[in-house]
Design a protein around this ligand. Sequence first.
Ligand code: GLN
Length: 186
Amino acid sequence: MRVGVLALQGDFEAHAKLLRALGAEVREVRVPADLAGLDGLVMPGGESTTMTLGIEREGLAEPLRDLVRAGVPVLGTCAGMIMLDRAHLGLMDTLCARNAFGRQIRSFEEDLEIPGIEGPPVRAVFIRAPWLAEHGDAVEILAAVDGHPVAARQDNMLVISFHPEIAGEDRVHELFLRDVSARVTA
Ligand code: GLN
């Protein structure tokens, strides 16, 4: 499985490390040519304005849309979840509220039950996290905090507003790699 990690900005190295530990071959994506032949893509957390500028600068918006529309599984975390919404790449029928948990609560941890993930709850680390303020019928909400969706799925897109990669939590990536491998072997 060849998985790309968008590496313009943000904590892409932590994702790459985790994916390699789970057996994926990882390629850092900085320019459109890096998307060729990928079986999956992770869009990491970071800062969504900077990431948007990077995507524009490198001419990555349309190639990223083509990849996702072709059905390649994508995992978007935090700023990556923002990138996929209606106001950014427009791939998911969602609208994110940035820094939604408020200035006071910049970071916090929570245990979440996520369908498809067995065993103890997922330890979720939130850092200036967004939530889904709006979503269409095609979006399945997987987990919420205080009634606000923080994990969701639509077609081949899985989004979470927290950071499993810094909590030693590998089961969300495992869930994503299951989608990747299902498509590769189909
Ligand atoms: N608050 C950031 C933004 O809006 C996202 C935070 C994160 O990715 N951890 O871009």
